[in-house]
Ligand binder design. Sequence first.
Ligand code: PLP
Length: 277
Amino acid sequence: NIGFINGEYINADEAVIPIDERGHQFGDGVYEVVKIYNSLPFLLDEHLTRLKESASAIQLKLPYSLDDIKKIILEGIKRSELLNAEVYFQVTRGIAPRNHLFPNVSASFTMTIKPARKVSEQSYYKGIKTITTKDERWANCHIKSLNLLPNVLAKQKANNEESYEAILIKDGYVTEGSSTNVFVVKNNTLYTTPLTNNILSGITRKNVLKLAQKLDVEVLEKSFTTEFLISGDEAFLTSTTVEVLPIRSVNNKVILNGDPGPITKLLHESFRQLYAE
Ligand code: PLP
């Protein structure tokens, strides 16, 4: 496992973060996760652009240019010798004696490259179980911030109920999953929550919407309720890690007959083509 810290590549398992690191003490930073398929980073430019936007939203100056970050990642992939992997990188407001005020130090960039986490094949052909739970996060969920406590608690709650994902509900409407975006197909129209400060602008979401348009699937970016989700013909989650993952049930209520639907399968196939080419 490759790690990158203090401008150097090291063994990720040996990397050490100083106690006064602001990511460690305050969660004061932003991050990205990028998939590597066949030694190539997938949609890297989109992830780098989002990193810059997240950083700028918290008034954090990146310690490297996006071009330099790209070089660091490409060199890391080479050193890892991994074909299929996951790159995690984060930028924090640096290392300084603990004090809420911004310190006058440069930001810290760290990265790990590890074998990609696998979602079981069964999840793709059977669909996964989900629960709904209250969205207890803050007002700026469009920022990919390190503060993931509500997401962690929601995902654990889902796991405790033998489910894969927790779908978050705010003011009666689905926002997103704890680490995914949520889609429903009803009467051949694809619905997903519109982009506001309530959700992360998922890179998989964006690319799936583009594919849907190309495939002449009608798309509506419109908020929907749990009842609407359950009454759909198909539903799925998207993220860098899970790609397009069919939902079998929500709160133990099965969607149609539970099996992945044709539009879900078509979109996943087309999405896989984007990196298989
Ligand atoms: N929503 C949240 C809260 C996430 O943490 C993530 C990614 O991990 C996503 C959505 C999906 O985003 P992406 O497709 O860019 O991985």
